[in-house]
Design a protein around this ligand. Structure first.
Ligand code: FE2
Length: 160
């Protein structure tokens, strides 16, 4: 049964809404990870990274709303239920319990890089089916790349 009628043909809508749903899962998961690290970080760089993590959370939450509403606008109901996030989230995440500041920085770089890599694949996939969705994904990627840069800069000199 069609509730909200899409402005896209079926094939294009499927590609766009799959990309949006996968992005929704990544962003909601990222917002949870960001808070987990925000609460559990320990070490001499606690304060700056604690605050920076809330920037990631705010970015992820704001964009999760945008992608969910884009899916709805295309006639596909977004799925942001906890069980859906738990089942679909595959990005790197901090371990349970207290996490050292340097480890938080490392895991956030890895998480953001993984999220960005997946977004770039979706940017390619949506180019023809729906450039409007592609435009949203490009915008999100730019913001996550900015966050990745700031954590990567925190990581210098690298602990290798
Ligand atoms: Fe807080």
């Amino acid at each position: 049964m069609t509730v909200v009628k899409s402005t896209l043909p079926d094939d294009a809508r499927r590609v766009a809404c799959d990309a949006l749903q996968e992005t929704l899962v990544d962003l909601l998961g990222l917002s949870l990870i960001g808070k987990q690290a925000h609460w559990n970080i320990v070490g001499p760089r606690f304060r700056s990274i604690h605050l920076q993590l809330d920037e990631v959370v705010a970015t992820a939450r704001a964009h999760s709303d945008t992608v969910a509403e884009r899916a709805a606008a295309l006639g596909v109901p977004p799925d942001g239920r906890p069980e859906t996030i738990a089942a679909g989230f595959t990005l790197p995440a901090p371990k349970e319990g207290w996490v050292r500041d340097s480890e938080v920085v490392q895991v956030m770089v890895e998480t953001l890089e993984a999220a960005i890599g997946r977004l770039r694949e979706r940017i390619e996939a949506t180019e023809r089916p729906d450039p409007v969705t592609q435009d949203l994904l490009i915008d999100i990627t730019g913001d996550l790349e900015k966050q990745r840069w700031m954590f990567d800069a925190e990581n210098f000199p690298r602990e290798e």
